[in-house]
Design a protein around this ligand. Structure first.
Ligand code: BJW
Ligand code: ZN
Length: 251
């Protein structure tokens, strides 16, 4: 993977960067992605588990999937890609970090103010009274967990298909996409909307749009450049270039 002269320039000049991260960012930490070869939990597609209907039909199955994933994210660590983004936020005046991930790994790497479009798997809430579960119920569940206040069913505090994204976080993401000079789409297949529309919004508003992924995606035709490779390899290289920028300026 070589970084084009054009991208080098954009990186070094950008005052405002917006990043959209997806499951691929956490793949190198050992968190399975949703789609692709290693992306299938048992035999299920995300569409068959990640919906309120699926949950009501079979809460035990859906909780089994989330319990497994909570266990995984508790056991793994952020990787070089997460840490590179935590560094990048300090190298640019305006940085918007939007994520579709629910694994909390960006926060653990020191990324601040991450806009979590699809919620956070470390939290649960009651489907009847809407209250969040307290610390004591945040353990790994062996059965379907119930609300400590009203006895209702608890669900993971994530956004399922057919559900609205958190409005404020999505609005701030759109603003970040409109404002930025450089938009990076990292480790996402770009098939789930409305998150997948953010790179297009950025491009429409005049940003350079660059994708980082080991393979081409549904977004590739719409970006200026695809950097083919792993985010844990490429993001640290981009940060190094950004740090070098000042040395290259004429005195
Ligand atoms: C690496 C790597 C390495 C591997 N380095 N990369 C417009 C058009 C069409 C459909 C719709 C539309 N608007 C809305 C919809 C419907 C639906 C939708 O988008 N469906 C499509 C599938 C067709 N969207 C919704 O329902 C959304 N809500 C909504 O729109 O509300 C309005 C509404 C209300 C009522 C009715 C209708 C509309 C909500 C979407 C919620 C998505 N939720 C999930 C589950 C979250 C909880 C959980 O985690 O369990 O979010 S689904 C799942 O997909 C999860 C992810 O965040 C999301 C995106 O996946 P992501 O991150 O892209 O992962 P993968 O696995 O797909 O890709 C990984 C990539 O990494 C791959 O490309 C690899 O190559 C790459 N990779 N190693 C870099 N080392
Ligand atoms: Zn309740």
């Amino acid at each position: 993977m070589t970084i084009s002269e054009k991208l080098r320039e954009v990186l070094q000049r950008a005052d405002s960067i917006c990043v959209l991260t997806g499951a691929g960012l956490s793949a190198e930490s050992g968190v399975p992605t949703f789609r692709g070869d290693d992306g299938i939990w048992k035999k299920f597609k995300p569409e068959e588990l990640a919906s309120f209907d699926a949950f009501i039909r079979n809460p035990a199955l859906v909780w089994e999937w989330y319990s497994y994933r909570k266990k995984v994210v508790g056991e793994v660590k952020p990787n070089a890609g997460h840490y590179a983004l935590a560094q990048m936020q300090d190298l640019v005046a305006d940085f918007t970090h939007v994520t579709q991930n629910v694994d909390n790994l960006h926060a653990r790497a020191g990324c601040r103010g991450v806009l979590e479009l699809h919620g956070n798997i470390t939290r649960s809430l009651c489907i009847d009274c809407g209250r969040h579960a307290g610390e004591s119920t945040q353990v790994i569940f062996t059965t379907v967990p119930k609300c400590e206040f009203c006895g209702g069913l608890l669900r993971p505090d994530v956004v399922w298909f057919g559900e609205l994204l958190p409005a404020a976080a999505f609005e701030q993401s759109v603003e970040g996409a409109r404002r930025c000079d450089l938009f990076l789409s990292i480790g996402t297949s770009g098939v789930v909307h409305p998150a997948a529309s953010l790179p297009l919004i950025a491009r429409e508003a005049g940003a350079s749009v660059v994708e980082i992924n080991p393979v081409y995606t549904d977004l590739s035709a719409h970006v200026h450049e695809t950097l083919l490779g792993k985010s844990g390899d490429i993001l640290p290289q981009l940060v190094t270039l950004m740090k070098e920028s000042h040395h290259h300026e004429p005195t």
